[in-house]
Design a binder for this molecule. Structure first.
Ligand code: CMP
Length: 143
């Protein structure tokens, strides 16, 4: 089953948006297979955002993502990587379509509430960075 990594960022946690965000993915029909409220170390932040290392905003990005708790999640379902990206909306909320999470809840690219893997390869890498295999559950096939 296809899986993706999603994370409510410190701004989303602080603004009490965890429930709303989880609810959107549940109602869509995806299954939550792992979740934890956690603080990110500088090392984990730098690894997770490694592809942005040369960008001028890299330092701010790492400072921000380590500034408060995040809610890290693994979701599964058909086409979940691409559909979760659609539900999140554009990276820059000023281009964000209303009805998407960023379009509805944020105004700034550096405070855009949620992160989601951009490909199956990224999903595998990011899930591995944040979760151990035994932290992910399997759902009953009887229901
Ligand atoms: P995310 O999907 O978590 O992946 C990388 C993040 O970098 C992105 O969301 C934005 O929050 C952040 N980002 C992108 N562009 C900028 C920018 N110009 N200034 C600050 N942060 C940015």
């Amino acid at each position: 089953m296809e899986k993706t990594f999603l994370m409510v960022k410190p701004d989303g946690v602080q603004r009490a948006l965890i429930g709303e965000i989880v609810s959107r993915f549940e109602k869509k029909g995806f299954q939550l297979v792992g979740a934890k409220l956690m603080s990110i170390s500088k090392e984990l932040a730098e690894t997770h955002y490694g592809e942005h290392k040369e960008r001028p905003f890299f330092g701010d990005l790492v400072d921000f993502i380590t500034s408060g708790p995040v809610f890290a999640m693994v979701w599964q379902g058909e086409n979940v990587v691409a559909l979760a990206r659609q539900m999140m909306g554009a990276t820059n909320p000023k281009d964000g379509t209303p009805g998407t999470i960023r379009g509805d809840y944020s105004l700034a690219v550096n405070r855009n509430v949620i992160h989601g893997s951009d490909s199956n390869e990224s999903a595998e890498r990011e899930i591995g960075l944040f979760f151990k295999d035994e932290e992910l559950v399997e759902y009953s096939k009887l229901m």
